[in-house]
Design a protein around this ligand. Structure first.
Ligand code: ZN
Length: 474
């Protein structure tokens, strides 16, 4: 098969081709932007859900599952929220041939489904904090170009919703959620930037929104997760109230936390290469493939030996697969590399006699391992592989940033780090002068040791100026 398009020069051609050839999704379903989760894609997605659950449940979130349909009467209760989603909602207007008295929205997100129930569940201060999450499909009528995982109309979505006694406790939740996102993104080897969105771009109905942005090359960025603080905006609109210890009625403060299938698009986009997918081991349906090298005359017992290796790895909880098919070794390597398998184990006559195996990881690093140390050796090779992905990702992140010195122009081919005074007028200037968007202010400057104190790139004001990002979000 021909080479994949060069990723750096033709990103979207590469992205589409790698998805199609690896079989991780099938976009031929007859609704644009609604794609089929293939067995390979579905396994990857389930592993991602498992990762998210494992980092959410220690924060005492409990899983729920709300109906997909939301009555229009509930949907319209929070004014800003509605303005933000109105253009994107799919409406169910009929039951059979009967026109419904109240139209039903296919949830674009679940605030308006959950909060009428929160109003029933929260009565007393003893009912707080309330923390629930669900992992479901949400639906948005996208008018921009759809792309698998990155911009779709049926979105596989994790959403966490909380309610707390007051603002400080809710903001503590925001910080805990950010901590859990750091763990999730570390496991997926996705170094990213934490950005507070400007007021004109925060989540509809939120008091503030913190987003996680991943630079993807050039000035492109992808939002891979968000945490929002709502204050009591939704509690007020939905009549969620509680009685405090003194018997006074109070409004709880709320937060939400969202991660969509887009993070899978980010994994593919950041790590993939000209050979295909490169999957971090935590979400790889197959972590290790064992390939017996048959040669002209296969050594006696070679396939059984290889099968034994797979069994030992599987027994140890690793996801391993034997490939003893008739294909040439080169064709097998190609096929498993395309699917992003982290580690290939080759075993031929020579290795069989020496009781060793040859390991080759997806980044091309080769090593030899004693069979007696198979499981521990493979575990450590998988950990090294993830570490290498993280380091490579971090280097890519840093190389894509451009810190704009006072008086210097913005670089339209980079993610620009600029000083900003916080005024909307100056922020909007980015869009007019450089064709970039102001993503918001940097919340986490850990990657930027030694940044001087900023002055606004546009008005030169230094009082209260902070570092902000200007880029082209996908
Ligand atoms: Zn300014």
């Amino acid at each position: 098969m021909s080479e994949l398009p060069a990723k750096e020069q033709a990103f979207f051609e590469w992205y589409n081709e790698v998805l199609e050839r690896s079989g991780i999704t099938d976009k031929r379903y007859p609704i644009k932007g609604m794609n089929v989760w293939t067995p390979f894609g579905q396994k990857t997605s389930s592993l991602l859900d498992r990762l998210i659950r494992s980092r959410i449940e220690p924060l005492l979130y409990e899983e729920v599952n709300f109906p997909t349909l939301i009555p229009e009467t509930e949907f319209r209760k929070e004014g800003d929220h509605i303005k933000g989603f109105d253009e994107q909602v799919y409406w169910v207007t009929h039951g059979g041939r009967t026109e419904l008295d109240v139209k039903l929205a296919l949830r674009p997100t679940s605030e308006t489904a959950m909060y009428p129930m929160f109003a029933l569940w929260v009565r007393s201060h003893k009912d707080l904090p309330l923390r629930v999450y669900q992992i479901v499909s949400v639906f948005r009528y996208e008018t921009k170009t759809t792309r698998p995982f990155i911009r779709v109309r049926e979105i596989h979505f994790f959403e966490g919703h909380t309610a707390h006694l007051d603002g400080p406790r809710a903001e503590e939740q925001v910080r805990a959620d950010i901590g859990s996102f750091d763990e999730i993104s570390r496991a997926l080897c996705l170094p990213h930037l934490r950005v507070r969105r400007p007021d004109w771009d925060k989540f509809p109905g939120a008091h503030y929104s913190i987003a996680f942005d991943l630079p993807l090359g050039g000035s492109k960025t992808l939002q891979i997760g968000t945490v929002h603080y709502y204050r009591d905006n939704f509690a007020r609109a939905y009549g969620i109230g509680y009685e405090d210890a003194q018997g006074n009625r109070q409004l709880p403060h709320q937060t939400t936390y969202g991660i969509s299938e887009r993070i899978l698009g980010a994994v593919i986009a950041l790590h993939g290469d000209e050979k295909g997918l490169v999957l971090p081991t935590i979400i790889a349906p197959i972590q290790v493939v064992v390939i017996p090298i048959m040669g002209k005359e296969p050594a006696e017992g070679l396939v059984e030996h290889a099968q034994g290796l797979v069994q030992a790895l599987t027994d140890a909880g690793l996801r391993a697969r034997l490939d003893a098919s008739d294909e040439r070794p080169g064709a097998k390597y190609y096929a498993w590399e395309l699917k992003g398998v982290a580690l290939r184990i080759e075993v031929g006559r020579k290795e069989l006699q020496a009781r060793t195996v040859t390991l080759v990881n997806r980044l091309g690093v080769r090593s030899t391992l004693d069979v007696d140390e198979l499981v521990s050796g493979v575990r450590s090779a998988l950990a090294d592989f993830d570490q290498a992905l993280w380091t490579r990702g971090l280097n890519a992140l840093m190389s894509r940033l451009h810190r704009v010195a006072p008086g210097e122009k913005l670089d339209p081919e980079k993610v620009n780090v600029i000083g900003w005074c916080g005024q909307e007028k100056c922020g909007k200037d980015v869009e007019n002068t450089a064709g970039l968007s102001l993503l918001g202010t940097l919340e986490d400057a850990t990657h930027f040791d030694g940044l001087p104190s900023p002055v606004c790139h546009f008005c030169g004001n230094s009082s209260g100026a902070v570092w902000a990002l200007a880029a082209r979000p996908l």
